[in-house]
Design a protein around this ligand. Structure first.
Ligand code: SAH
Length: 232
């Protein structure tokens, strides 16, 4: 099996590379893809750089160039729902682009013709995540993740996203990965650990908790990889 793991920032994939140690690197389109062989399986790991466009390029490259059969995103996010605290893990049940707005033509917020507002992640991968969480006694939440090319550090903007999309967490890449995987028919899941609460303190919290939250997410993804490869 060939699996792709994507982070947005280097901090989000460093814990994975530290664990896996032996890898080869390949450069494509301004990104480095780390190739790791485990038994007869191959894992590609890369950070895309921040934002939906970069994530879409990395995800497309993982699938079309490296033939990845499953995509897992691991990283950090701003918590929107009050029951999500810094360090908590959330799995995206479905993803949306809250910054897409062609409502001037009568379309709903977040909607693009020939696409849809919400894109569901893969049930099988999500079930594996829940099994890992159960085995490890980790409290894994699941909810809508909203993506856009903005760092949300404002309670008003945060409330707007909750109100219009019912989202539990906000970040800047997940929906791009969802769109690419959906169109190319590759199962994906989006795992995020909360680094901040998308409010007035988000920038300070983000800087403080990026590393620890990114590691929590990466450690969890490694346990998922063990499960996925064990079964094959
Ligand atoms: N400090 C960085 C910028 C971080 S942008 C720098 O100066 O380079 C935030 C990153 O973490 C994005 O990849 C996004 O997916 C995620 N993220 C975490 N909290 C977020 C929030 N409150 N709003 C949007 N994205 C957030």
């Amino acid at each position: 099996m060939i699996i792709g793991i994507i982070g947005a920032m280097v901090e989000e994939i460093t814990p994975l590379l530290e664990r896996l140690k032996h890898y080869e690197s390949k450069n494509i389109g301004g990104n480095t893809y780390y190739e790791v062989k485990i038994g007869g399986h191959t894992i590609y790991i890369a950070y895309s750089k921040i934002g939906k466009v970069h994530a879409a390029l990395t995800c497309s490259t993982m699938i079309l160039h490296f033939q990845c059969e499953k995509i897992i995103f691991s990283g950090v996010a701003g918590g929107l729902s009050p029951d999500l605290h810094i360090g908590d893990l959330i799995l995206g049940s479905k993803l949306c682009q809250y910054d897409v707005d062609i409502t001037a033509f009568g379309h709903p917020l977040g909607f693009i013709p020939e696409s849809r507002v919400f894109i569901e992640s893969d049930e099988t991968l999500n079930a594996i995540a829940h099994r890992v969480a159960q085995n490890q006694h980790i409290n894994l939440k699941e909810g809508i993740i909203a993506s856009g090319d903005l760092f949300i550090a404002d309670s008003g903007k945060k409330q707007w996203i909750i109100q219009h999309f019912g989202a539990s967490a906000v970040e800047m890449e997940g929906a791009a990965v969802a769109v690419v995987c959906d169109l190319l028919k590759v199962p994906f899941c989006i795992l995020r650990s909360i680094s901040d609460s998308a409010d007035g303190k988000a920038d300070v919290n983000f800087d403080e908790f990026l590393e620890s939250s990114a590691k929590r997410s990466a450690d969890f993804v490694m346990m998922m990889i063990d499960q996925i490869l064990e079964k094959k």
